[in-house]
Ligand binder design. Sequence first.
Ligand code: EPZ
Length: 419
Amino acid sequence: MDKILIHGGHSLSGSIKISGSKNSALPILAATLLTREPCILHRVPDLSDTHYMLQILMHLGAEVERASGTVTVKAEKTESVAPYDVVRKMRASVCVLGPLLGRCKEATVSLPGGCIIGDRPIDLHLKGFEALGAAVRVENGNVKVFAPKLAGAVINLRGKFGPTVLGTDNVLMAAVLAEGTTVIEGAASEPEVVDLANFLNKMGAKIEGAGTRRLIIEGVAELHGAEHDIIPDRIEAGTFLVAGAICGKGVTLKRVVPEHISAVTNALTQCGYRIETTDRSVTVSPNGEAQALEIATEPYPGFPTDMQAQMCALLSTTKGISAITENIFPQRYMHVAELKRMGAHMQLEGATAVIQGVERLFGAPVMASDLRASAALVLAGLKAEGQTEVSRVYHIDRGYEHLDEKLSELGAHIERVKA
Ligand code: EPZ
């Protein structure tokens, strides 16, 4: 159980490289179950979540080789049951359901349990599988889906809070091997969904419309192996942009796709920071006094919910009254109480955090509760006077590759210690 110690008040500058995307790598690793042939994936980030997914693939019978950021998976044979012990560690494990149903016409996966960021049902995933002709049974904490054969269908995956990312991925991965044409309406259009569709098309799938709300999938009999580069992680990039805004004097991110983070760069520009982009890099630098801001989280291309906590940290020391409304996971505010322990002034009004900017924050021992909340506490620690001690950093290791090392490369006084 490591802790991270941050001595705040040191400005950041310089450049770092962004890693491969966690939320793209996870469904793409699951998609390798759709073929008997080897798949070679580059830029797979070194995270506990990607390790969990590799464990699941090996448990299902796949051969897995890993050499730094390149992973080769060969699922010549595959079981169709993913047990609780492996699945319980990571909700995203649910995205092996679609590939197993597509390939084996049956799959049993432990139902994801509760999540600290809010209610996260998978009803839309199951609705999609049923539309493709699968029977769905939930019993003894497992979800079992099976079908003698899958047939194309028209499916609307839009839910109360908008499209579902992993739901779109899961149904897409089942539909690529269904007979006939499937149309997914209300599909998620996140860059990670597009990256998965590009990988599947390289395997021989026939998918059109990726990146829009309407996907058209022409089912094929089988898929072959493929080689693919995972896209850069736009949420890691957004997190470092906020670090550069919170206490930087010119921070450049390399190996990013600026378009993927335009909602974040637009928000920072509105706040008054200077943003300069080239086709593969983004630089953030101060540009006079920052302004308060009002934003709301939305499905892509709107402002990402996975950047909400980090923006709370930035706006906590931005002069004036800011407001952030969380439309995707309305209860996703575990970081607020911890930021208040560091001297932030924030009130929750329903799904909106109202933030009164303060002059300074003070270092304190704080507790990480989930991946993005823990990143927000580290960012606040960079700004705070004195030492901040973030515990339960295993949350950070789930989604950030060497966060503390990269921050110290930029000049942060940060270290990881054994608890
Ligand atoms: C993905 O989760 C990401 N995880 C999340 O990132 C991200 O916060 C989320 O998309 C939204 O962008 C991965 O890609 C591994 P959703 P996912 O299904 O797919 C409701 C991080 O920090 N819903 O798009 O599980 C749901 O409750 C993680 O990296 C249903 O009602 O999220 C939510 O309110 C955290 N029924 C909304 O839709 C369903 O069947 C969007 O959830 C499915 C979802």
